[in-house]
Design a protein around this ligand. Structure first.
Ligand code: PLP
Length: 474
């Protein structure tokens, strides 16, 4: 499979290059040249496969001959072998219409582990073939950082620099990052918001001086391989609920639009999906875009669901690309306008295309608390605030009763214990696998929120490309 940029002027890449690359040099995101498609018979034959085998089958068309099927299966078995639940992504029932897909049984208690555990192995696999050491630079509102750090800590030829907005991640999230003391892990707390951090990462990928010296790689959901790994659980849940014979919808707590875009990919690959519900908190740019066509940046308001406290949803660009006939140059012009004015109006084709599969909803703080309370009081389930936003959206979606709705549970309730306790009076216990998180020492670098300080720090601590090191020796 070959990969192209959503902005139409970067060279095509193969799977290995696309996995190791960050943003495309034209500022776009990589997408496969076409969506592989399974027939209903092929999908039906996936029923009952263990998760790691299903994962290999769904992902192989994207990987192509970069990794042989037997080897990819070994990698998926290793990645999902670290999960604390034998089903990997167990599905629970709330009531006759509503289901909960638990995606938080990985090492850092959030759904990001599902993609990141695999991505760490893919990096190692693809780097083993030689070339420059990797410098991973990422921005996190909490969960991406901990999942990425867990996945690459101590790995050869990889250095990771993770930026987070100081004071805006939960104590569990921060400690899951800062207590990893492997020498290749650098946690950087910046003054500012997640969007500020993400903007600096994007700028670094476009900074010729940094790109020439370092082999920069992204682990944000702009990384294609991450999205690919997330497609799998839509198939897993759809197969369990019999979506070939009965309408099934998914409600997805959405921030950067990666998770719900993976649902869109599953639909393009042939999985029947009735609707994808894009659930946002009060940082509702996506809800406004999908409802009124108005994609304009507002202020970020901190909420109890910090992984959704963002205004610019990078992966939305991938959807817009598909919905505008894959015309990269037209999209580049539209995105240039957006980057300049911080607002854009979706075209009619984009709006109509989106509305056939996507609906959206917004939950405020009260809605979130009420959903946590309902899950606890009516079903005895503790859910975290991100999940609660999606559950609120699912229960108020107005979809007919014969449509089964799967709410994606993206974080373990213990990761956001304070909010869960406030809503229910019950404090969720941290699972044993996180161990003595609160006793361990932390290591963290505090930097101001300006690009130059961050670029300088990274330049001083990362391994340059081989050619650059050789030129020093000469
Ligand atoms: C990252 C994250 C989200 C948002 O996912 P996107 O792919 O960015 O839309 C939602 N909930 C939790 C707990 C997360 O960590």
């Amino acid at each position: 499979m070959r990969y192209i940029s959503t902005r139409g002027s970067a060279p095509e890449l193969d799977f290995a290059e696309a996995t190791l690359a960050g943003l495309a040099p034209d500022g776009g995101l990589y997408v496969p040249t076409e969506w592989p498609r399974f027939t209903p018979d092929e999908i039906a034959a996936f029923a009952g496969l263990p998760y790691a085998e299903l994962a290999q089958k769904i992902m192989q068309p994207f990987v192509g001959d970069a990794i042989a099927p037997e080897r990819l299966l070994e990698l998926t078995r290793t990645a999902y072998g670290r999960f604390a639940h034998a089903a990997i992504t167990p599905l629970k029932q709330f009531d006759e219409q509503h289901w909960l897909l638990e995606l938080f049984h990985g090492p850092t208690l959030a759904f990001k582990d599902i993609a990141m555990q695999l991505l760490g192995l893919l990096f190692e696999e693809l780097l083993a073939k030689g070339g420059d050491p990797l410098t991973i630079v990422g921005a996190t509102s909490g969960d991406t950082g901990s999942a990425a750090i867990d996945a690459v800590a101590g790995r050869e030829n990889i250095e990771i620099f993770m930026l987070h907005p100081r004071g805006r991640v939960s104590d569990v999230q921060r400690r899951q990052m800062t207590t990893v003391l492997a020498p290749n892990v650098h946690n950087i707390a910046i003054d500012g918001t997640f969007d500020d951090a993400q903007a600096m990462v994007k700028r670094m990928f476009n900074d010729p001086a940094m790109v020439a010296r370092f082999r920069l790689t992204a682990v944000n959901s702009i990384n294609w391989a991450r999205l690919m790994a997330q497609v799998v659980y839509y198939f897993a849940a759809g197969l369990q609920l019999g979506s070939l014979h009965r309408p099934v919808a998914f409600s997805v707590p959405t921030g950067n639009f990666g998770d719900v875009f993976a649902g869109y990919v599953a639909a393009q690959m042939g999985l029947p999906i009735e609707k994808l519900i894009v659930a946002t908190n009060v940082n509702d740019i996506l809800h406004r875009a999908l409802t009124y066509g108005d994609y304009s940046v507002g202020q970020v308001t901190p909420t109890a669901a910090p992984s959704m406290d963002i205004q610019v949803s990078s992966n939305f660009e991938r959807l817009l690309f598909d919905l505008s006939g894959r015309d990269g140059l037209a999209l580049a012009a539209q995105m240039d306008g957006f980057e300049f004015s911080k607002r854009m109006q979706l075209t009619n084709a984009q709006r109509e295309g989106a509305s056939s599969l996507f609906v959206s909803a917004r939950a405020d703080g009260v809605d979130t608390l009420q959903a946590i309370r309902w899950a606890w009081e009516a079903c005895g389930e503790l859910i975290d605030p991100h999940t609660a936003i999606a559950l609120h959206a699912a229960r108020h979606s107005g979809l007919p009763r014969d449509v089964g709705i799967v709410t994606l549970a993206t974080a373990h309730p213990a990761k956001f214990r304070d909010s869960v306790e406030r809503a229910t009076g019950h404090r969720p216990l941290l699972p044993g696998r996180v161990g003595d998180l609160f006793e361990r020492a932390e290591r963290i670098v505090d930097l101001p929120g300006d690009y130059d300080s961050i670029a300088r720090y990274i330049a001083e601590h990362a391994f340059p490309r081989r050619s650059i090191r050789d030129s020093w020796r000469r």
